[in-house]
Design a protein around this ligand. Structure first.
Ligand code: ADE
Ligand code: ZN
Length: 337
């Protein structure tokens, strides 16, 4: 079986996806039109041509501009359902997705409008495609902790629909320690917590996420490899790293896919997984991310299967759901042996 077909059919789990980062230019233009908003780009090609980044902040500037077309509950539904339809076509069986409420409430869109649209689509995706999910609220780290607390107050009445909290946006200059009181409160409230760390920021930010925020998972974590003591710690604790290969390439976290650290992470006894981050902006969804590392690093079938298993084991799915996902993966491997 050709490797592309194997990767397309491989049952997969996505653990690092910003819903707003799945907004394709075509959908952005059609939503802008129905909301009578004009985008500062002539057309879809012109918008896509702007997707050239040399660092995280270049991307974030365009990401926040793009999502500003999202205004109504239906907009958030359409965004989320379009992502799930793609994931169904790519054999993705479980997703844990981020949303950035502050990026919407600061524009005057009510918290409930965002949550209701996103959640309705997630329920429909589970019903129609069998894709199970968890929804994770990300705090924007370029804003202050007080803003995070205000957002938490808006989230608390909806805790039945929000599984966990994360920390994203501009990393350098906004260390995890800036949010230690907020994350302590979130843990007390029963949220599972995670944080972006070590994407552009130094290994010390990963230490802060682990010891200060007490995260259950590290989003990215690439730069942890610079600190042997941290590598030992992560290997021992078994923290999952939600690695995003095409994102790393497009944001110049790595220069070439041949230099991507995901195999080094496997060899060091860490638990990396493959994810897409902001697929509409970085050139690919789950299958394309697997293909990128398989081609760039000539990964073996065993290494690919290890990454897929890490996705299941590193998820926050129930043990029963994990067992079903492993059974499905095992059946696929037997059928493609
Ligand atoms: N928000 C969306 N994508 C992000 C990323 N890769 N890093 C930090 N914040 C983000
Ligand atoms: Zn991310």
């Amino acid at each position: 079986m050709p490797v592309d077909d194997f990767l397309a059919g491989l049952p997969k789990v996505e653990l690092h996806l910003h819903l707003e980062g799945s907004l394709e230019p075509e959908l952005a233009f059609s939503i802008a039109k129905r909301n009578a908003i004009s985008l500062p780009y002539a057309d879809v090609e012109d918008l896509r041509a702007a997707y050239r980044f040399t660092r995280l902040q270049d991307f974030l500037d365009i990401y926040y501009r793009g999502m500003s077309v999202l205004r109504t509950e239906q907009d958030f539904y359409d965004l989320t359902f379009a992502y799930l339809t793609r994931m169904h076509a790519q054999s993705v069986r479980h997703v844990e997705v981020f949303f950035d409420p502050q990026a919407h409430t600061h524009r005057g869109v009510p918290f409930e409008t965002v949550l209701d649209g996103v959640y309705r689509a997630l329920i429909d995706g589970e019903r129609l495609y069998g894709i199970t999910f968890h929804l994770i609220l990300c705090f924007l780290r370029h804003l202050d902790e007080e803003d995070g607390f205000a957002t938490l107050e808006q989230a608390l009445p909806h805790q039945d629909r929000i599984f966990g909290v994360g920390l994203d946006s501009s990393e350098v200059g906004h260390p995890p320690a800036k949010f230690s009181r907020l994350f302590s409160r979130c843990r007390d409230e029963g949220f599972t917590v995670m944080a972006h760390a070590g994407e552009e920021g130094p290994p010390d930010y990963v230490w802060q996420a682990l010891d200060g925020l007490q995260v259950a998972r590290i989003d990215h974590g690439n730069r942890a490899l610079e600190d042997p003591e941290l590598v030992r710690r992560l290997a021992q604790s078994g923290h999952t790293l939600t690695v995003c290969p095409l994102s790393n390439l497009r944001l110049c976290v790595v220069d070439r896919m041949e230099d991507h650290p995901i195999r080094t992470m496997l060899e060091a006894g860490l638990r990396p997984t493959v994810n897409s981050d902001d697929p509409a902006y970085f050139g690919g969804y789950m299958t394309e991310n697997y293909r990128a590392v398989v081609e760039g690093l000539a990964l073996s079938r065993e290494e690919v299967v290890r990454l897929a298993r890490n996705g299941i084991d590193g998820s926050f799915a129930s043990n029963d759901r994990k067992a079903v996902l492993h059974d499905e993966l095992n059946a696929y491997l037997a059928q493609t042996a």
